[in-house]
Design a protein around this ligand. Structure first.
Ligand code: ADP
Ligand code: MG
Length: 264
């Protein structure tokens, strides 16, 4: 399934969170959203997820306006992993992940064996099976994030949107999460995520969209888009490229002049 924003803008009161953003998130691809804090990455993900409606322009899934899909239809097709996964209610991880099946159950249906199987598989793939009976509010930030990713997998939706999914994960779980998302995309899923690590984006994402001050600065393949001048201009840093063993380069950043005025 292909998700698209066309000239999308979101204004709250007098404030423009994002303006005139056109992006296509395609099946089988991993699309990274990058940009400084406050650039609009989370807003773009929420517009793509249909959680917020653009006040200008359009958001569509396979050509159908998201506004024409019911909440349930959206929840079956698109899953969203928010940046903040603070969950205060005392659910167990298994209960949380089982909630991923709700959009597929009728109002009076109990989950069946097929649902239980999907939940078990999601727990295993996000590496939280050993935490299944723990309370979500008693987990570390990284464990909780993986539990929320497991819920997202349990929905079986073909579109996954994740807001900084690797934040506060240890290195092994960062690699595991990236590998899992790559596997899902290779199997045809549509994956878009906000990320801060430009080296990860350069090596691992298929597409990158660069946001700055609520505007789309550039989009395309990481090799085309992430040149030193653009990175310097968007992030206000100086870029140095070190030759890496695999014939590619690793970006190293040095403090430069800050050009972006927003924070957040
Ligand atoms: P990012 O995820 O790139 O850090 P966001 O999309 O969260 O950026 O925010 C974009 C801009 O919109 C920021 O200036 C932020 O302060 C503002 N913003 C975010 N959420 C809201 C909101 N609910 N109401 C008003 N402004 C918001
Ligand atoms: Mg954000």
């Amino acid at each position: 399934m292909s998700l698209r924003l066309d000239g999308a803008g979101l204004r709250i009161g007098a404030r423009h969170l994002v303006r005139d953003v056109t992006v296509e998130v395609a099946p089988g691809r991993v699309t990274a959203l990058v940009g400084p804090n406050g650039a609009g990455k989370s807003t773009v993900l929420r517009l793509l997820a249909g959680l917020w409606r653009p006040t200008r322009g359009h958001a569509a899934l396979d050509g159908t306006a998201l506004s024409r899909l019911s909440r349930r239809a959206l929840a079956q097709r698109i899953s969203f992993v928010p940046q903040e996964t603070g969950i205060d209610v005392p659910f167990t991880v298994r209960e949380l992940v089982a909630m991923g099946r709700h959009p597929h159950l009728g109002r009076f249906d109990a989950p069946g064996p097929a649902d239980a199987e999907l939940v078990a598989s999601a727990l295993a793939r996000a590496d939280v099976a050993h935490l299944a009976d723990r309370f979500v509010n008693e987990l570390s930030g990284g464990e909780r994030r993986r539990a929320v990713i497991a819920r997202s997998l349990a929905t079986g939706s073909r579109v996954l949107l994740l807001d900084e999914p690797t934040a506060n994960l240890d290195i092994d779980h960062v690699l595991e999460t990236l590998t899992l998302l790559r596997t899902l995309a290779d199997a045809g899923a549509t994956v878009a995520l906000a990320l801060h690590d430009l080296n990860v984006v350069a090596r691992w994402a298929d597409e990158v969209a660069v946001l700055q001050d609520g505007h789309l600065r550039a989009a395309g393949s990481p090799a085309q888009v992430l040149d030193d001048a653009l990175v310097a201009s968007v992030f206000g840093v100086r870029v140095e490229r070190l030759a890496a063993g695999d014939g590619r380069s690793t970006l190293v950043f040095h403090r430069g002049e800050r050009r972006s005025t927003r924070d957040g």
